[in-house]
Design a protein around this ligand. Structure first.
Ligand code: MN
Length: 734
């Protein structure tokens, strides 16, 4: 009764006959001649290849296939294990594999090949996370990852034959990418094995010292384990519980992690031994826990109930640490045989279940697999099962390489332009073209996971309105809008300065000389403008009539005659408005949020003052030389504007763009409330552009969220979903 862990050691003498024999145990009543055909094909293809160890190459795929049998994977996976390097190394086409061995085997092999081509570069945690997600995203079939893990396991086991530098690189990559994947998929046997192998190459000094120390007291330890085992078995017998009890030293990496976490040396690590008790049902698990806790003193704070609350990877077990014989601390894990199966094989248990279920539906015992299968029966497709697991792994979008090998995560449907803005706003603004995997593509190209994107820029490029249609990420869209607004502001500034200069000329003076006399100050103060620039922009955008400025300047003697003359000049402007209004015809373009009676090439903008959204009653205001700005009918800005400049506009029902709108939320000041509200907004599929939070003295919180909604009803829905939270006092549009 010792070490029930799956043994993944390299088997130098493994043959196809032995492999088929093992497969027969796993897959009875299956014709396994196909495995021999895979083997013969792979051997022929790899005939000129050698492993770094000097062995014939075929020993590698054989060992990978053996690992997949140990994990109890299905026939397709085992076949793919034998064939996994043929496409990458032997010029075999995926079509060949598909013709000879079937579409699904070919897909797994292609997936493995794709992942081997990813150039991993993990200088920081977030990058590693992106790489992991990318592996999942690129493996359309989750079996690809399991075959890949088996491949990596064998490569790590034969790593002594490659250069030191390669050893370090592979080990680090394994620790960053494959160990967390194995862990997340719940394949703990593979995870523990890979961790120890990584430790051996990344920290050989620590690894060999641990190995030495553990070997030193081996006999002593083995007799201690024997003694403790029989003690536990005796106690269980007393209470007539039967089960399987095993004990062994913990794996090196978990000892290393403890030393590292607690900052202590090996000698100070007390609980080196782990015992495992497997019983047949949950009631017995808790019964055994009671037996253990009454026989040995439990260490306070070390009991964990992963049966009641399973880990996210579906691991279930009871863990406790007790003072064992001779006052040694020992860790004890108690679980059912089924839970153990899941703990060792994780998601791989799914395929095992599938295979067994064909002949014996009564073996329906693995609870979480059962749940997944239930889901699966209603959907009755394996791909939806994959999607469920992938969702669980939280793959949000596509993963794109920069030319330097960094990875960016973007949402599905993202284009090279989105990528450019994800790299840097200035890169986005200057984009003129893009190369994907070395080839020029249009800016609206849909990026796929694993694409390497190079952005071509030009100093003279500026963003255009059309880009808003290309971009899918809110970051890119808001950056483009910001830039377009700045351009508009700059134009208004120039225009306003020009208009003011012309008007002052009538009084034989200039902006410069008025500034010298400091005579702009009264009007700046009255309008709360901080700079002259602001004054120009407001004149240029016609928000501020020039007459208002002139009457406020003391040294300008503004008379009624002047007013009449100015009016005359403004008639020219009126005729422009009339021209716009007269040549009116319905624009059917889907590109604008509103349909305007106006010129075809008219520029339509949303008023920043009132942020109209579809559903609001709106009106259009003709702006000097810049087209039309849309305001809500109630907007204060339009109250004193001339009727001549107003224009009928209506919302375009075919238009689907998100509109920014501010909402104000008042809450009781509770910790975490901001994230709670944000989550509720995000869950409704609404994008948040920004959030400002303020704590108020009366124990209330106040937040302004700038969100993007399609229309008025979406806004109302969002508001009412926030209102329903008990911490929320009020919600309104701001
Ligand atoms: Mn391989």
């Amino acid at each position: 009764m010792f070490a029930e862990r799956i043994d993944f050691s390299h088997e130098a003498n493994l043959t196809i006959d032995e492999l088929v024999k093992r497969a027969e145990v796993l897959l009875p009543e299956t014709d396994l001649n196909i495995l021999r055909r895979c083997y013969e094909f792979a051997e022929k293809m790899h005939v000129s290849h050698k492993r770094s160890s000097g062995e014939a190459y075929i020993i590698h795929p054989l060992n990978v296939a053996a690992t997949l049998i140990k994990l109890k994977m299905d026939l397709d996976s085992i076949m793919a294990g034998l064939l996994h390097d043929t496409v990458e190394d032997c010029d075999v086409s995926p079509e060949d594999i598909s013709k000879m061995f079937g579409q699904s085997v070919a897909q797994i092999v292609v997936g493995c090949t794709k992942i081997s081509k990813i150039k991993f570069k993990t200088k920081e945690e977030s990058q590693a996370e992106n790489f992991r997600k990318m592996v999942v995203a690129m493996a359309q079939d989750l079996r690809v990852i399991i075959v890949k893990l088996a491949d990596r396991m064998h490569n790590m086991r034969t790593l002594q034959y490659v250069s030191k530098e390669k050893q370090m690189g592979k080990a680090q990559e394994t620790l960053d990418i494959y160990v967390p994947l194995a862990s997340r998929l719940g394949i703990n046997s593979v995870k523990a094995d890979l961790e120890d192998l990584c430790l051996r190459y990344l920290h050989p000094d620590i690894y060999y010292r641990l190995a030495e120390k553990i070997a030193m007291k081996r006999r002593e330890r083995e007799s201690y384990i024997e003694e403790t085992l029989s003690l536990i078995e005796e106690k269980m017998l007393e209470y007539s519980v039967t089960g399987e009890v095993t004990g062994r030293p913990k794996h090196f990496y978990s000892i290393y992690k403890k030393m590292h976490q607690r900052g202590v040396d090996f000698e100070q690590i007390q609980d080196l031994l782990a015992f495992r008790i497997l019983v047949s049902n949950i009631t017995e698990c808790y019964k055994v826990l009671g037996i253990i806790h009454s026989a040995f003193t439990p260490v306070p704070g070390r009991f964990k109930d992963y049966i009641a609350i399973p880990k996210v990877n579906n691991y279930q077990s009871l863990h406790t640490t007790v003072i064992g014989p001779k006052a040694e601390r020992i860790e004890i894990q108690i679980r059912t045989f089924e839970m153990h199966e899941v703990a060792e094989r994780g998601v791989a248990a799914h395929w095992k279940y599938k295979e067994r279920n064909k002949s014996d539906p009564a073996e329906n015992k693995l609870k979480w697999v059962e749940e997944l299968m239930e889901f699966n029966q209603s959907a009755s497709s394996s791909s939806e099962f994959m999607d469920a697991v992938k969702n669980d792994l939280d793959v949000g979008g596509v993963f794109i390489f920069t030319p330097t090998g960094d990875v960016k995560e973007l949402r599905y449907g993202a284009t090279p332009l989105d990528f450019a803005y994800a790299v840097h706003t200035e890169v986005g603004n200057k984009t003129v073209g893009a190369k994907v995997n070395g080839k020029m593509v249009p800016l609206k190209y849909r990026l796929k996971s694993g694409d390497t994107v190079e952005i071509l820029t030009s100093k003279t490029q500026t963003p255009s309105k059309d880009w808003l249609k290309i971009c899918k990420t809110s970051r890119a869209i808001s950056k483009i809008k910001q830039h377009l607004m700045k351009i508009e502001r700059d134009e208004h500034k120039v225009l306003g300065e020009d208009m003011l200069e012309k008007a002052l000329k009538r009084f034989d003076t200039s902006i410069k000389s008025i500034e010298k006399k400091n005579e702009f100050r009264p009007i700046l103060e009255r309008l709360h403008f901080k700079t002259m620039e602001e004054l120009f922009v407001n004149i240029g955008s016609t928000h501020l009539p020039i007459k208002d400025v002139l009457v406020s300047i003391p040294s300008v003697a503004f008379t009624e005659t002047d007013e009449l003359e100015i009016k005359e000049e403004e008639k020219d402007l009126d005729s422009y408005y009339k021209k716009v209004a007269k040549t009116a015809r319905k624009s059917t373009s889907k590109d604008n949020a509103v349909i305007v009676d106006g010129l075809d090439d008219i520029v339509v903008k949303m008023g920043r003052c009132c942020n109209p959204i579809p559903g609001d009653p709106i009106t259009g205001i003709i702006t000097r030389g810049r087209g039309i700005t849309v305001h809500t009918v109630g907007c204060v800005r339009i109250a004193d504007m001339e009727k001549a400049r107003q224009l009928q506009v209506e919302w375009n029902k075919n238009y689907n763009f998100a509109h920014p709108v501010n909402i104000k939320v008042t809450t009781h000041d509770k910790p975490g409330i901001l994230s709670k509200i944000s989550k509720s907004i995000n869950n409704a599929g609404i994008n948040i552009r920004s959030a400002i939070a303020r704590s108020m003295p009366d124990q209330k919180g106040s937040f302004i969220f700038e969100i993007e909604v399609k229309d008025y009803s979406e806004l109302l829905k969002t508001i009412s979903s926030i209102e329903q939270m008990e911490e929320v006092i009020s919600v309104s549009r701001a």
